[in-house]
Design a protein around this ligand. Structure first.
Ligand code: SAH
Ligand code: DHB
Ligand code: MG
Length: 222
């Protein structure tokens, strides 16, 4: 039978073959642990996956929702190159402070802007201010609001932009329409939006690995 231990072993193996995590990425994760942040950043092979999507999309401007300690932010900031920019939104100022340290150590502090506040407010402000559109949006904050984040992301992107949503499978719980878990309902509303909005083409993939059973959704703005 397949087990979570095997999924983790395979993640370690794949990362060992394919993913060069440097000291700054390792340190970013470790500082998060030291400061008591939850260990919920993307896995190394998932960080590399996000970076590859950004590179394949030729993304220069990235918007991230949910910074935590800046682990995924470092991957994305490296992917956009030294002429690129990442705006990352984080509710918790303590997380933002740890992330700032991690981004500076990784040498990408100058190309990342951390916006501290509720993502709904920050995105509304960015959209109302007529912010230059983003080429890629990574949605990884509170899952209850994912559908609202998608709507706002559509005000902040252009034809060809990519939207990625994390944690849309939730150990399979996403199939339960009567779930009382707001994160499940949020993921369901997000997926419904991705599938029904004529402005988008989208799919989603289940994942297993060191973070258990979950999944990513990926969309392209038409
Ligand atoms: N993207 C990170 C992980 C993010 S974890 C990585 O892979 O490295 C989710 C983060 O979203 C947490 O830091 C949490 O504080 C933040 N968050 C929760 N609710 C939020 C909200 N309403 N607005 C912005 N950020 C929020
Ligand atoms: C949680 C959040 C995440 O973004 C994630 O990838 C895994 C877990 C959480 O809030 O538990
Ligand atoms: Mg996540």
């Amino acid at each position: 039978m397949d087990t979570g231990a095997q999924w983790s072993d395979v993640d370690d193996y794949l990362a060992g073959e394919l993913v060069a995590e440097d000291e700054a990425l390792v340190a970013a994760r470790e500082l998060g642990r030291e400061r008591g942040l939850p260990p919920i950043e993307v896995a190394p092979n998932q960080g590399a996956f996000l970076a590859l999507i950004a590179r394949m999309a030729g993304a220069r401007r990235v918007l991230e929702l949910g910074t935590l300690a800046g682990y995924s932010t470092i991957w994305l900031a490296r992917a956009v190159g030294d002429q690129g920019h990442v705006t990352t939104v984080e509710l918790d100022p303590r997380h933002a402070e740890v992330a700032q340290e991690n981004l500076s150590r990784a040498g990408v502090g100058d190309r990342v802007q951390i916006e501290v506040g509720p993502a709904l407010d920050v995105l509304t402000g960015l959209a109302d201010a007529g912010t230059e559109p983003f080429d890629l949006v990574f949605i990884d904050a509170d899952k209850a609001n994912m559908a609202a984040y998608l709507e706002l992301a559509l005000r902040l992107t252009h034809a060809g932009s990519v939207v990625v949503g994390d944690n849309v499978v939730r150990r399979g719980a996403v199939v339960d329409p009567s779930s009382d878990d707001p994160s499940v309902q949020g993921a369901r509303a997000f997926l419904r939006g991705l599938g029904s909005d004529p402005r988008l083409e989208a799919t989603a993939l289940q994942t297993v690995g060191s973070k258990g059973w979950d999944g990513f959704a990926v969309a392209r703005v038409r």
